[in-house]
Write a protein that binds this ligand. Structure first.
Ligand code: HEM
Ligand code: HEM
Length: 185
């Protein structure tokens, strides 16, 4: 069931690609959504983010149980250190993105919808329901700043990570990528 040097386990592979692919699509769409204030996308963004959070937590639990996959062969020291740092940034970043998003939306009073259901209702002014009242302005502000900062940090880390995966495959010609798509190497 656990990862071995020759073969990664189904949870490692399934959770990597599920979380990874959704995030790769989510980030550019969310930047577009926030920059152009495309309001119909907000509840969809939040619903997908909250759902993904469940799988992100499952992935972290699996990392703790299983440990990190070992490199398929010996590399330069700097390469191993860079890969390790990027993997940590990616895994911690995936946890903090939905947490900061939920903090921003929840504390900001905007609520947290989930595909038509309400995980947390909007906090509107009883005298004028078009006015949203923050529940905790400071928490909402901190959540917003962290979410925005993570969008940048994660984008850079993901580009580095994909470049690393392609380098392994096409330049080093090793089995790193093949192992992550489920092949025994
Ligand atoms: C879509 C392009 C991607 C490719 C081609 C790719 C490829 C890979 C490969 C080949 C490995 C195995 C590295 C090793 O054996 O040491 C790996 C591991 C990893 N990747 Fe990706 N990845 C992609 C996207 C992502 C994204 C978007 C994230 C995070 C949001 C991510 C997070 C991780 C992490 C944390 C690991 C360490 C092992 C694990 O926890 O699953 N990857 N990736
Ligand atoms: C893994 C999950 C998530 C990812 C990858 C993600 C990613 C992003 C990104 C890249 C942005 C654009 C940031 C910017 O340009 O400043 C954004 C904006 C936003 N996200 Fe998320 N997010 C996730 C989860 C959530 C969750 C769970 C919520 C709330 C429940 C949320 C609420 C928001 C809101 C309200 C904005 C717009 C902020 C604005 O208008 O300035 N996000 N998200």
């Amino acid at each position: 069931m656990k990862d071995t040097l020759d073969k990664l386990s189904t949870p490692t592979i399934a959770l990597h690609w599920l979380v990874g692919v959704v995030i790769v699509f989510m980030i550019p769409v969310a930047i577009y959504m926030a920059d152009y204030e495309v309001f119909f996308l907000y509840p969809i963004h939040k619903s997908i983010g909250v759902t993904l959070f469940v799988f992100i937590i499952a992935r972290v639990v699996w990392r703790v149980i299983n440990g990190w996959p070992k490199p398929v062969s010996e590399y330069q020291k700097w390469e191993q250190i860079l890969a390790k740092i990027v993997h940590w940034v990616l895994i911690v970043g995936t946890v903090l993105l939905p947490i900061s998003g939920m903090t921003m939306s929840g504390a900001g009073g905007y609520g947290i919808p989930w595909f038509g259901l309400e995980l947390m209702a909007m906090n509107v002014d009883p005298n004028d329901v078009t006015v949203v009242l923050p529940i905790n302005e400071l928490a909402a502000e901190i959540g917003h700043e962290i979410h925005h900062l993570l969008a940048i940090v994660m984008s850079v880390s993901i580009l580095l990570h994909i470049a690393g995966a392609l380098k392994h495959h096409f330049i080093d010609k090793d089995k790193t990528l093949q192992r992550m798509v489920g092949k025994s190497v």
